[in-house]
Ligand binder design. Sequence first.
Ligand code: ADP
Ligand code: ADP
Length: 237
Amino acid sequence: MIEFKDVEKIYPNGTQALKDINVTIEKGEFVAVIGLSGAGKSTFIRCINRMHDTTGGELFVDNINVGALKGSAIRRFRRKVGMIFQSFNLVNRTTVIKNVLVAFAPDNPFWRTFLGVYTKKQKLQALEALEQVGILDKAYTRVDQLSGGQQQRVALARTLAQKPDIILADEPVASLDPITSKRVMNDFTKINKDMNITILMNIHHVDMALEYADRIIGIRAGEVVFDGKASSVDDVV
Ligand code: ADP
Ligand code: ADP
């Protein structure tokens, strides 16, 4: 469960990106966060895994006070909260499997990561994650030979390999064409329903949000202006 209690975020330059946010997200929900560019969507989801610090209120994830975490506790916490970006954040000139194995780097002794040596169990988990997103056959292909949709699936597999409870996705289909976007959204739905992983996704395509998410949170100028079931949105957006 994710709980925002009067959360506020003011960036060091004085920009107030979030104001009085009070939201609770239950385990297993698929939430789309919608709003115009600059509304605060990205800040909203990046506070959840401490990519950004909040400046007011409290934020809890499974009863952990996120703002109070320090050092190695943040690293451990982030295993539970996977993150997906618009730009995929992959290493292009290496293979798919190596990109997925990166998920284990924080757990391994430094020398293992340095030499690119992973345990058999980690390799099996990485292959399993690739199977879950339907690209096991690409495991030994270089990332730069894949389509955009396939690359986003590699990023999804890398996140799944760390066995997260929550996946945060920041505009995951923004750089994909409409058909590929739908395929990737279907992957998210499958992961959400089959594995009961909570998904919180920023997306500027309202249609896509309504089609795939269960719940819509609308943000405008740092405030939640709508929060309800996707099926009840017709008259609002
Ligand atoms: P969205 O994801 O909806 O486009 P953001 O969360 O990125 O919105 O941004 C919300 C507001 O905070 C905007 O006014 C943006 O310019 C500002 N902002 C975002 N990141 C920073 C930052 N690192 N420093 C200062 N202002 C920022
Ligand atoms: P080689 O083919 O010689 O192993 P690569 O360029 O494929 O060289 O990989 C170099 C090293 O970088 C490997 O050990 C690999 O595990 C590691 N690596 C790959 N992707 C990442 C990443 N995203 N972050 C950190 N290390 C990575």
